[in-house]
Write a protein that binds this ligand. Sequence first.
Ligand code: BDR
Ligand code: CA
Length: 314
Amino acid sequence: SKKVLLFGDIGIDDTVALIYASLNKDIEIVGIVADYGNVSREDAVSNIYYLMKLFDFPRGIPVIRGAEVPLTGEEPTFYPEIHGEHGLGPIIPDDEQTVIIENFLEIVQIIENYKDELIIVNIGRLTSLATMFILYRDLMTNVKEFYIMGGAFWIPGNVTTVAEANFHGDPVAVNIVLTYANNVTIIPLNATQQAIVTPEMVDYIEQFGQTKIFKPLMEYYTRFYQERDPSLQGSPVHDALTLIATIYPEIFMFGSYPVIIVDDLGGPSRGQSIADTRPYSNNNGEKTHRIAFNIDYEKFFYHFLSVMTGQQTN
Ligand code: BDR
Ligand code: CA
């Protein structure tokens, strides 16, 4: 199975990704770094306490306190209207501390333990991941591969006209990671906005009883998306799709290009992600990153349902 170190800002779709991972026999979460983003870092940490009790994650997964603010030191914006007051929609986690919270340097231990078996998946802002590159560049440049949920290429963003939330939150961090990391796969809104989970899918999954929080979470999350765009048939599971990319790349259509991130913090284009698709653009050997531009929805649909109902086939 894939050994995954997950950096996340534990809101609703991050939680869906954790539920998916806990039901997927081919993915083993070996550590979780809780960052600010959808919610505060402390809410992200207490959400993980709560989720650890619900899922059959081995109690031993290290949970690490990640960044509280972006590299720029700005006060972050949270999104309770999408993810709920504490990030779990209507669910208010109790604060019973069920896992030991490790300090940031535990990440070094995890990377050294798993060596080139480890995949790093980032489904929140990139502040903690960038910090690891600032502190331990050699260690990080030898990590086998990275999957990053973020960006929007040629399509509108979700937090501004041009920028997606994870890249907008700390564009400086994104530039550091994309500069130094090797084997990066970016899963942007171009792909994740196609990964729509409908209320019918939620009800079907609910019947199989693999998880009792999926339905309340998705009802809260979908209410936001449908109020904003009534034509939507459901809501996008951005972060779960990013985990799916680590084991089922066949459902994606990828392109590899140099990527530019606008880190003009005060400007209207803050966090915009641009792929340089000019045919000659890579002649000067610029680093390229693999970007998912499309998914095969039918394959996503059957895979997601099979895993979430406990009947995983592939
Ligand atoms: C990304 O930002 C967060 O709102 C979601 O959890 C996802 O990681 C989508 O833009
Ligand atoms: Ca997230």
